[in-house]
Design a protein around this ligand. Structure first.
Ligand SMILES: [Zn+2]
Length: 151
């Protein structure tokens, strides 16, 4: 299955209680993969959103606003929510902004997004659980490439 073709566009408006930005739909399966173990059995069966704002401390929140999970409640730091270039932006293939910057410096360009797109096409990604946002990381990789090129 090509996990990057499923549409993960927010179906109803759900604003992050932390930063007031629009949250993205995320599956409970993804949240359970990322939360610290003691929290996993306590996740309510309700619609959840992912907040991608870097400076916002909340990562997941329920659309009804009752349940919130902050950065410290996750097992690992979330790359797109931290300023650390050694953290992955593509979780399936472990690509970091640092790797992209290194390739641009060495060759003048980055082929990571092209390479990842091919791997995705070949069915080698699992963004629905490996990416904390539960969706394809290609956009985040392209954003990172754009940011590095502008340096
Ligand atoms: Zn937020």
């Amino acid at each position: 299955m090509d996990c990057c073709n499923s549409s993960n566009v927010a179906t109803e408006a759900a604003i992050c209680p932390g930063c007031k930005a629009q949250g993205q739909d995320v599956k409970i399966r993804t949240i359970k993969h990322w939360l610290k173990t003691p929290l996993v059995p306590l996740v309510p069966e309700t619609a959840f959103r992912f907040c991608e704002t870097r400076d916002c401390n909340l990562v997941y929140f329920s659309a009804d606003g009752y349940t919130r999970y902050a950065k410290h409640e996750l097992r690992y730091p979330v790359g797109i929510k931290e300023a650390d270039p050694s953290l992955a932006v593509c979780y399936c293939f472990g690509v970091t902004p640092e790797m992209i910057a290194e390739e641009i410096e060495r060759t003048g360009g980055s082929r990571y997004s092209t390479w990842i797109a091919k791997e995705v096409k070949d069915g080698n990604c699992a963004c629905d659980v490996k990416n904390p946002a539960g969706r394809c990381c290609l956009k985040a990789v392209k954003d990172a490439e754009g940011a590095e090129r502008e340096r």
